[in-house]
Design a protein around this ligand. Structure first.
Ligand code: PEP
Ligand code: MG
Length: 319
């Protein structure tokens, strides 16, 4: 049995918070290393590693060669590993968000991917899912999710749609998901990422269609500030900064719009993993959860607890 001191440390490590603290996960196998950290769920499970390392080939190429079962099985296997280890905590699986230049690098990719001048704002995220050139690939992704939820009973697996720009594409994606048996209900949640400014401006319209939002602060910062996140020179000059007032204003608008419709807002970009004062801002604005890198989970939980405590004390003083 742990000593009183150990118990105190454990308690300090994982205080109960109103705002949930989720963890970002890049590779399924890493869950073994991090599963005992004090997180409330996986707020961003990336699937790109599954494509590049576990499947290793472009889904459309596999389809063309009749090898799509391999894709579904591998993707389901990666997600199952994580969902089993953290059950019953939720695992928010972000469906593929490769850019065409990245997809070209996969086996068979050069045959099926176009060359785009600006892939960062090109054919990526959900715009792929509804296009004749990738819809079948997206259906395989849906089947992998369905397999995990139904064959293995891991109903803690939710989905998140990346790089959403318009309401009509979300409508179409949801139709395809429903055709594949992924129907939004109490048990199955569909979140969208808020990373394109149109989602901020139209937050209330999007809120009517989905269960929640997760802010992709990397892309949102890039697009609000018109500053390429990969530009070394702009970065050293301080242009790319999540704490810019324009980005913060966008986040505030999103939270207000989503909450009007009782929909949740999370964040899974790097912002809160990098800057405690940014996390503090998010909590003060009433964000429902923050998803951070494994090395900042414990510290973020302590920070969230102390900010919440201060907010409660201030409220009491106002009475
Ligand atoms: C983001 O844009 O903040 C995000 C989490 O997605 P990615 O970094 O993969 O674009
Ligand atoms: Mg992004």
């Amino acid at each position: 049995t742990p000593s009183v001191i150990d118990q105190m440390n454990l308690h300090q490590l994982a205080p109960i918070t109103g705002t949930k603290v989720y963890m970002n996960l890049g590779e399924p196998d890493l869950i073994g290393k991090y599963k005992d950290l004090p997180f409330d769920g996986i707020g961003l499970m990336r699937t790109e590693f599954i494509f590049t390392h576990l499947v290793g080939a472009h889904p459309m190429y596999l389809l063309r060669n009749g090898e799509e079962k391999q894709f579904i099985d591998k993707m389901a296997e990666g997600i199952t590993k994580v969902a089993q280890d953290v059950y019953p905590k939720p695992v928010v699986v972000r469906l593929s968000d490769f850019r065409s230049n990245e997809f070209r690098g996969l086996k068979g990719g050069e045959e099926v991917e176009p060359i785009e001048a600006n892939p960062m704002i090109g054919w990526r995220g959900v715009s792929r899912y509804i296009s004749p050139e990738y819809e079948e690939g997206f259906r395989l992704e849906c089947r992998a999710i369905k397999k995990v939820r139904e064959d293995y009973g891991l109903i803690n697996v939710w989905t998140m749609l990346p790089f959403v720009r318009t309401t009509w594409e979300v409508k179409r994606v949801k139709e395809i998901m429903a055709e594949e048996g992924l129907i939004q209900d109490q048990q199955f949640k569909i979140w969208i990422m808020a990373e394109v400014p149109s989602v901020i401006f139209e937050a209330e319209e999007f809120a009517k269609m989905v269960d929640g939002f997760s802010i992709g602060s990397n892309d949102l910062t890039q697009l609000v500030l018109g500053s390429d996140r990969d530009s070394g020179i702009l970065n050293t000059m301080g242009y790319f900064d999540e704490r810019n007032p324009a980005v913060k204003k966008a986040i505030k608008m999103l939270i207000q719009g989503a909450h009007k419709h009782n929909k949740s807002v999370s964040i899974c970009g790097q912002g809160p993993s990098l800057y405690p004062e940014f996390t503090e801002f998010l909590i003060q604005e009433g964000i429902d959860s923050v998803s951070v890198n494994p090395d900042t989970v414990a510290g973020t939980r302590r920070l969230v607890a102390s900010v919440e405590q201060r907010m409660i004390m201030n409220k009491i003083r106002e009475l």
